[in-house]
Design a protein around this ligand. Sequence first.
Ligand code: ATP
Length: 418
Amino acid sequence: MKKDIIKKIPKNILNLLKEIGEAAEDFGCQAFAAGGFVRDLFLNTQNLDIDIVMEKDAAEFAKKLAKKKGWKVKTYKKFGTAALILSDDFKIDITSARSERYKSPAALPQVKAGLLSEDIMRRDFTINTVLINISPKNFGEITDMFSGVQDIKNKTVKVLHDISFIDDPTRILRAIKFATRFNFTIDPHAQVLIKEAVEQNIFARLSGKRFFTELKYILKEKDPVLPLRKLFEYKIIQTIHPDIASDSDALFFLNRIKEVILWHKKNDYLKWALHFMCLLNNCGKKASEDICRYFEIPHNRKILFCDMRLEAKSLLNDIEKNKIAYKKISVFKTELILYMMAFLKNPLKREKLFKAYKRAKNTKVTVNGNDLIKLGVKPGPIFSEIIDKLFEAKVKGEVATKEEEIDYIKKHFLHNRN
Ligand code: ATP
C-alpha cells in the first residue's frame, strides 16, 4: 500500500512533501499529510489542498522553513497553525496536533496541543482520519486508526463516535457534502444520529455564522442540488426560517437554475450566491433580512439578497412582456441576471434578457446633469427619466455620439419648448 500511494502523488508535490518531512525531522519531529488530500489520493481525485500535521509547534516550524526557502508564511499562533504560501494560488497548511473538548453542544471546542492520536480523534469522519507519514525514515507509511481506507473503499461516511453531530452539527452538512460529492452513502448508524440531532433541534444551538460557512461550501459544490435535496430531506434547511423556500419550490427552481448555468457555460458569477437566492425565493424583504442577520452575511451581500434580488423579481413581469429596464439591469451582477433568467420559462426570452444585459453593461451615456441644465431642463425626476430613455436608445443603437444624445433629448423631451 505504501508504494501504491506514493505512486499516486504528483512528482512536484512528492518532492515538496519530502522536503517538508526532512525539515520537520531537523525540527525534531515527524510530519504527516492529513485530511482531504490523503482521502482524495485513495479516491484518485486530484486535491492540492495539502494539510500537514505535526506534534511540535507548527507556526514556529513554518516560519523557519519559509525563511530557509524564501516562501511567504502566515501564522496563527493562537490556533497553532500556519500556511506556507508558495505562490498566489498554492499554499500548504501546517497544524500542530491538538485535542478538542466540547463543553456544550454545538459550541466551539476548547483546543489544546495534543498528540497525533488525539488529533485524529477530533476529526469528523473515518474517511478523513488517514495519515501519510512524510518523514524521511518512514515516508509513505500509512496510519489508519479508524479503518478509514476501508471506508473509502466501501464508499461510506462514518463518524468516530455517537455524539459527533451533537458536538458539532456542521459535521451533518459535511457528511452530506462528502456523501453527495463522492457518491458515498452515509452509514445507517450515522443517518440515525443525524435524525436524532435534528429532532433535538441542534441547529438552534449552532451559531448562524458557522452554519452559513458550511452551507456556503455546499452551495459551491459542483452540483449543489444533490446535497440541498438531502438537506431538505433531513429537515435542516427548514430550520433556517419559516419563510425559506419549501423543498418542492426550491428544487423546482434549482433545476431551472441548472438549465440556465448549462446554457451560460462561463464561470464568471458567484455560484453560491445564485443558489442561495433560490432558497430565499419566497422570502420578502423582512424575512430575507432576518436570514442575512442570522447568518451574519456581510452588508454588500445583504444588499444583493434583500434589495437587488427583490428589485430583479419586480422587473420580471415587464420582461415577460418584452419591456426591459436596461438602466436598472446594467448595474446588476451576472448572478442576479442568471437568477432572473431562471424565472423565465421560454429559453428565447432568457437569451434575450442576457443579451440585453451584456449590451447594457457596455453602455455609457455621455450627457450628464450639467448638460441637461444647459439644455434648459430643470433638475428633478425628469433628469433620471431622460437619462433612462437615452440609455435605452443607446443600448438599442439608436444614438452613438454625444451630439446624437443631445439631438435625441431635444427631439424627445424638448420638442415643444422652442
Ligand atoms: P474539502 O475537500 O471539502 O476541502 P477537506 O476534508 O479537505 O474537504 P477541510 O474543511 O479542508 O476538509 O478540513 C480539513 C480536515 O479537517 C478534514 O479532512 C477533517 O479531518 C478536519 N475537519 C474539518 N472540519 C471538521 C469538523 N467540523 N470536525 C472535525 N474535523 C474537521
